[in-house]
Design a binder for this molecule. Structure first.
Ligand code: ADP
Length: 150
């Protein structure tokens, strides 16, 4: 049986940190589905369809990676995908506190689901989607943080 993981997130935008988690995750999983969660109460900064295309472009050489968007509970979406694993990245202790609570919540919804964490590669720990949005909003160049050209 194939080990399928979903890598859920907002990816607003998808960064070099996220890409690193996906590529390293392929050493563990047969297939990774990057799943962009749609939050109906919060508008995205970067257009969803364009972001899907950019992520696909930056991972074009990895045939067992796909990109989709979803609404609703991550744990239920994982089940729909036939995924037994949720892949997440951990940058620091702040991520840990947050991720700990989410992993527990997901597990309580779907007992068969395991969340697997990869520790961020050290040079990428300071990359954050929210800071990129802030820099971009004020006209700054964010190319160095992204695995594609905006
Ligand atoms: P969310 O809104 O669900 O936190 P994000 O798009 O911000 O979604 O992040 C998705 C996942 O990627 C989370 O597990 C987050 O901790 C991880 N992540 C975010 N930035 C990085 C980075 N620079 N390196 C590695 N993992 C990261």
């Amino acid at each position: 049986m194939k080990n399928i993981a979903i890598f859920p997130g907002s990816f607003d935008p998808f960064t070099k940190g996220h890409q690193d988690i996906v590529v390293r995750g392929l050493a563990v999983f047969d297939e990774i589905i990057i799943a962009i969660g749609i939050n109906t109460t919060k508008e995205r900064y970067f257009n969803l369809e364009k972001m899907i295309t950019k992520i696909e472009q930056s991972l074009v050489n990895y045939k067992n990676v796909s990109v989709v968007s979803y609404e609703g509970l991550t744990a239920e979406f994982a089940k729909k995908c036939g995924a037994k694993f949720i892949l997440r990245g951990l940058r620091n202790t702040t991520d840990f506190e947050y991720e700990n609570a989410i992993a527990y919540g997901n597990k309580s919804i779907n007992q068969d689901l395991e969340t697997i964490f990869l520790i961020t590669s050290p040079p990428l720990t300071s990359i954050s989607s929210s800071i990129i949005r802030e820099i971009h909003k004020f006209g700054g160049n964010v190319d160095e943080f992204l695995p594609y050209k905006l």
